[in-house]
Ligand binder design. Sequence first.
Ligand code: RBF
Length: 161
Amino acid sequence: MSSSVFTLSDNNIPDASEMRFGIVCAEWNNNITFKLLEGALSTLKENGVQEQAIKVMHVPGSFELIHGCAELARHGWVDAIIAIGCVIKGDTPHFDNICQGVTQELAHQNTNGKIPVIYGLITVNTLEQAEERAGGKLGNKGEEFAITAIKMVDFDWQLQK
Ligand code: RBF
């Protein structure tokens, strides 16, 4: 079990003032996903990202993150995309199907696409576990997704130099 709020190093965050981000956020479990979105947005802005350099798009459920991210990447305007969703285990195999499908496809987009797609899918057994990660005792994972996105854009830009 995670014991710290931040599992990422939050120092040495690159300057993000010239970066552009897309966020695709699922509406299912939006009591969780909208908090993750808020965490990601405030962290991007705290690190210098301009309000007009962030494009937020909503999709119905986590499964639609696949199409949403692919199309946003194709659009060509953003340097990285953060995919935000929350899948809570139920009594049917849907949980495994959605988690597997989204994970595989976002991984595929990371290897085949031109820009990083940050995996912001929270997969949990209970609503309580989701709440702990969306501003609760384990922090807000949206902040980590944002820092990861900034670091990955910087990674790409360093290679272009
Ligand atoms: N979407 C989520 O983002 N999180 C969920 O926990 C979730 N659970 C679902 C459970 C069932 C039984 C079904 C049918 C859909 C669920 N979805 C969930 C929605 C899914 O991601 C997608 O929007 C729909 O399957 C339509 O493609």
